[in-house]
Ligand binder design. Structure first.
Ligand code: NI
Length: 396
């Protein structure tokens, strides 16, 4: 790791201050008003004046040449999670029940760092800096695209902080890296009654319990074992008294898959099993499936450029593959439906927090990743602007 940008201690300090400020004042999806204002303030500090708000709390800024110039986009997500922080950090969240538990505070600092590194006058084209709200909510990416954030863009790059890898590693992988993330809701309606008179009732909780276990056989008995897939029931709600049989029980959950055939088969399996429950337990059931984020599929050309940019920052040895797709969802996928691009993972493992995955109330990362992320993003943008033909050939 000897990229000159990594030794810019003033820039590093600037990014760290930004990260800690955002960490202290996290905001949920579409409520990132102070966050957006803070980003605008920092852009103004850098003398970046072409700035636009989208969707209320999204910010896009353009660097470099005029509108008609070839454009490469860089994206950071800016929202926090409904998690109550338990890190004990000196800059821990001051908003109870809200926390930057996924590293998006770091992503903002990195993108601002990249803006600082890119010398506007020397750019061979235009760079769009996309500060996107609501990655964790319902896909803020879609609104940013509809609002024109990708206008004129040939490609897009982004990165996510990753506690599994040490600082100094960047994972770059062409192809699918994040799963389809869909949700479902199953409502089981029986007949409520006295807890001591089950024969006069239809118990929705017993039926729901059977279904919870049965649904797991969709994975263990019906899905190709080499195709990654998950069915998780996240909530069960039913009943209101210890001495009453519950009339209604509602299950909600998520399905994660990486290929369309498995996904379709699981949707059908959930409907089939819920339907069969009606017969088995004399209840009625309804199933609602809401399609979530599409999978993140990195383009070959953009991944090649990302790989080289990563090597320029952390050296060849620091660039690693991501051999298995994550079953997490990521709305970066919406951008990749429009233009070729690559989402990488920045190694950010922090001592003492290795076991705390993203979304944990004790999640934290090693801030030494900040200049690495910034340098990677800046480097990728410059490289992409000089290789537009390669990227155009890779349009989705
Ligand atoms: Ni995230």
């Amino acid at each position: 790791m000897n990229h000159p940008w990594l030794n810019d201690s003033e820039c590093l300090e600037w990014m760290r201050t930004i990260r800690r400020h955002l960490h202290r004042y996290p905001e949920l999806g579409y409520q990132e008003h102070a966050t957006a204002a803070f980003i605008e303030e920092k852009l103004a500090e850098l003398g970046i004046t072409r700035v636009q708000r989208l969707m209320g709390t999204g910010v896009v800024a353009w660097l470099g040449k005029k509108e008609t110039a070839p454009t490469v986009a860089l994206r950071a997500d800016i929202d926090a999670l409904p998690v109550h922080e338990q890190t004990g950090l000196p800059f821990a969240s001051e908003h109870p029940g809200v926390m930057h538990a996924c590293g998006h505070d770091g992503h903002v600092a990195m993108l601002l760092g990249a803006a600082r590194l890119l010398k506007e006058g020397e750019l061979p084209g235009r760079v769009a800096l996309i500060f996107q709200p609501a990655e964790e909510a319902d896909g803020g990416a879609q609104g940013m695209i509809a609002g024109g954030a990708l206008e004129g863009a040939t490609a897009i790059f982004g990165g996510h902080i990753e506690r599994l890898y040490p600082v100094g590693e960047i994972a770059v992988q062409p192809g699918i890296i994040c799963a389809y993330a869909d949700e479902f809701r199953i409502t089981i309606t029986g007949k409520g009654g006295h807890a001591a008179k089950p024969h006069d009732s239809r118990d929705s909780i017993v039926a729901a319990s059977a279904l919870v276990l049965q649904l797991q056989t969709l994975i263990s008995r019906e899905t190709d074992p080499v195709a990654p897939a998950v069915v998780t029931i996240g909530t069960i709600q039913g009943g209101s008294a210890a001495n009453a049989i519950a009339e209604e029980t509602v299950l909600t959950g998520t399905v994660r898959t990486v290929d369309p055939a498995t996904r379709t088969a699981l949707f059908a399996g959930i409907r089939r099993m819920a339907g069969a429950l009606a017969e088995l337990y004399q209840v009625s059931t309804t199933v609602a499936i809401s399609e979530g984020y599409p999978p993140v599929v990195n383009s070959e050309a953009a991944s090649r450029i990302a790989r080289e940019a990563a090597a320029a920052v952390v050296g060849e040895a620091g660039v690693i593959p991501q051999p298995k797709p994550s079953l997490g969802g990521e709305d970066f996928s919406f951008y990749l439906r429009e233009v070729p691009g690559c989402l990488v993972r920045f190694g950010a493992r922090k001592e003492g927090h290795e076991q705390e995955s993203a979304h944990s109330p004790r999640f934290d990362f090693d801030e030494r990743v900040l200049p690495i992320g910034a340098a990677f993003l800046a480097q990728a943008a410059i490289a992409a602007l000089s290789r537009l033909d390669e990227l155009t050939a890779d349009r989705p």
